[in-house]
Design a binder for this molecule. Structure first.
Ligand code: GLN
Length: 269
């Protein structure tokens, strides 16, 4: 190599090193910041976290696809952003940490807006009202909380149904703590009910109504009014995304599209 060639070689080498360092640095920076409307548009995908065991809000259909009312809402948000929708199926209890860990851009999972959750994430405007309910096998019927005395009760980990059962069954000594069974997936709670490991399940009322229509041998016992509202969970540092999501939901409410979706997924039964 001549002197001139060597100079050029070093120059090109130095430029390359600077470019690589800048590129890596930018990537690390991108990973540290919370998703924004711009970063999602740049990425070209909206990653939504859900727990697909909650029909008709989100469940796996016969073709193996995750579908439901929440997924339709997620699609409307992705459409507004002009990006592709990717749905990640996690256990319900893992959703908020997945959001905080930036594995997902938002969470839509029939999630109730609660004061505790609102401390760590933002919620969109509400899109559905719900309460709790008790379901059991048709071989025994429960008409109220008193009938649950010392029964074995199943709940889903991390849900408002679990908190209700702790506050109103365990802490009030209707059942001993050892009679409250916690499941990561609602499907596992249903299997346990069918096996006779537990006597009843406490779950959100709209999902209870769907289960008794689709799972044979299971009945709706009674409802527990809790006055819950579902919202979409978003990182506290993603305010422009929160605004966009609220606009989409408000538009869907005002245009009647949300009502049509409820009709589509719940039908008339
Ligand atoms: N609405 C309940 C909650 O937020 C249950 C949600 C669910 O199981 N997907 O805890």
């Amino acid at each position: 190599m001549s002197k001139v060639e060597r100079k050029w070689f070093y120059l090109v080498f130095a430029v390359l090193v600077v470019a690589i360092v800048a590129y890596l640095g930018y990537n690390i920076y991108q990973q540290q910041v919370y998703p924004t409307v711009t970063s999602i548009k740049n990425k070209g995908v909206l990653i939504v976290g859900t727990s697909a065991d909650f029909p008709p809000f989100e469940y796996v259909n016969q073709s193996g696809a995750i579908v439901g009312l929440d997924i339709d809402i997620a699609n409307a948000i992705a459409k507004e952003l002009g990006v592709k929708l990717v749905v990640k199926d996690l256990s319900f209890d893992a959703l908020i940490s997945a959001l905080q860990g930036k594995q997902v851009d938002l969470v839509i999972a029939g999630m109730t807006i609660t004061p505790e959750r609102s401390k760590v994430v933002d919620f969109s405007v509400p899109y559905y009202n719900a309460s709790q309910a008790v379901i059991s096998l048709t071989t025994q019927k429960f008409s109220g909380v008193n009938d649950l005395k010392n029964k074995k009760i199943g709940v889903q980990t991390g849900t408002t149904g679990e908190s209700w059962a702790e506050d109103n069954l365990v802490n009030t000594s209707v059942i001993p703590e050892s009679n409250l069974f916690h499941y990561d997936k609602l499907s596992d709670a249903l299997l346990a009910l069918k096996r006779g490991d537990i006597d009843a399940i406490i779950i959100d009322e709209p999902v209870a109504r769907m289960f008794v229509r689709t799972v044979s041998g299971v009945q709706y016992d009674f409802g527990i009014y809790t006055g819950e509202q579902y919202g979409i969970a978003i990182n506290k540092d993603s305010k422009d995304l929160l605004n966009l999501v609220n606009t989409v939901i408000n538009n869907m409410k005002n245009s009647g599209q949300l009502d049509s979706l409820v009709q589509k997924w719940f039908g008339s039964g």
